[in-house]
Write a protein that binds this ligand. Structure first.
Ligand code: NAP
Length: 327
């Protein structure tokens, strides 16, 4: 495995792969991270060409651990120096990445990934062991071959390697096409970031007393506003269409709540009851606390065999975790 970009996600992945005994090496742009990761005992370089040439020689699966704005230059380098390697990413948007990959002629070797795990911290110092334990890792299925199409055997093999990698670091795999993924994460992640920023600003405008009184509900609801601003912009601005749809729905709900609050003869029971029910449905599926028991459907499938594509799309439609059976 070859991880390009050793920030929170790429660095944590390198830690877990190494701990799992998988041969893994990495590259990072800044010298400070290369030095820190090397002195922590990891196989890391600041020489991109040498790293990609090694990946090509060793048939490594390359993981792009950098944000969207950095991808064009990375893909250019991969196309030049490691053209036959399998390729995946960890980026929070999938449609935009797919387009960039296609523009660089790499879609036949690309399978997208998105670990649904993280913290508000950045860089090698923020990396954590077991960050992905129990987390969902979305693996994209755009480009999946129809049943038994032998010309797509390479893509299928790369797809299985990406699934294996996620499983090795303790994640559970949920398959999705890029467009479906982007629609879903707009609602549960990117919208959360926009609302957290707005909540933080509104509280701040309340002045010193408001900030002094803020307790755990404010802390929880604004946690992701602590994320490095460049990363938030890269996520939200590269998923505009789906995010605008979700934001419109939220603004309708807020406008109605505002009208109801402004009228002393009305109440906000509609929003509160619906929100409470929605949260309970989320808890029933994903668990009440991180690391607690979940209730996701589980589907086992044999990649490339008759009916597997239907199974993949069914798994996507019910948000099921998948497991791979030997072909
Ligand atoms: P991070 O901790 O800030 O790390 C970013 C990494 O990308 C660093 O290694 C940085 O290198 C490198 N990088 C940034 N711009 C670059 C450029 N122009 N050229 C080369 N390298 C560059 O960020 P992260 O949280 O790991 O995020 C990385 C990816 O994971 C993003 O695509 C993000 O959407 C995705 N993701 C994040 C989370 C989360 O919770 N944070 C969760 C899931 C997925 P330097 O050390 O040289 O700056």
């Amino acid at each position: 495995m070859c991880v390009l970009g050793l920030g929170l996600i790429g660095g944590s992945l390198l830690r877990d792969l190494t701990a799992a005994g998988t041969p893994a090496f990495g590259w990072n742009r800044s010298t400070a991270t290369v030095e820190a990761a090397s002195s922590d005992g990891f196989d890391v370089s600041g020489d991109l060409v040498a790293t990609l040439s090694r990946a090509e020689r060793e048939d490594a699966l390359i993981v792009l651990g950098v944000p969207v704005p950095a991808l064009p230059a990375m893909l250019e380098a991969v196309a030049t120096h490691a053209p036959s390697c399998g390729l995946t990413d960890v980026t929070s948007v999938k449609g935009e990445v797919l387009q960039l990959v296609e523009a660089h002629g790499l879609s036949g070797r690309f399978v997208g990934g998105h670990p649904m795990a993280g913290t508000a911290d950045s860089g090698w110092d923020a990396t954590l062991e077991d960050l992905f334990q129990g987390a969902v890792w979305v693996v994209t299925t755009d480009g999946a071959p129809e049943d038994g199409a032998p010309e797509d055997a390479d893509w299928l093999q790369i797809w299985c390697r990406v699934v294996d990698m996620a499983v090795q670091v303790g994640a559970v795999v949920v398959p999705a096409r890029a467009r479906k993924h982007d629609g879903a994460v707009a609602r549960i992640s990117h919208l959360t970031h926009v609302l957290a920023e707005a909540l933080a600003v509104t509280a701040d405008q309340g002045g010193a007393l408001a900030l002094s009184l803020a307790a755990s509900s404010f802390r929880d609801a604004t946690r992701v506003a602590g994320t490095e601003p460049g990363l938030v912009r890269a996520m939200c601005e590269n998923n505009r269409e789906a995010l605008v749809t979700a934001l419109d729905e939220t603004m309708d709900l807020l406008a109605e709540a505002r009208e109801n609050l402004a009228d002393p003869h009305r109440d906000i029971s509609g929003l509160v009851d619906a929100g409470h029910g929605a949260r309970l449905r989320y808890e029933a599926r994903a668990g009440r606390v991180k690391g607690g028991p979940t209730n996701r459907p589980y589907i086992q499938l044999r990649p490339g065999t008759t009916g597997w594509l239907d199974q993949l799309h069914y798994a996507e439609s019910i948000g099921a975790q998948i497991g791979l059976l030997e072909v």
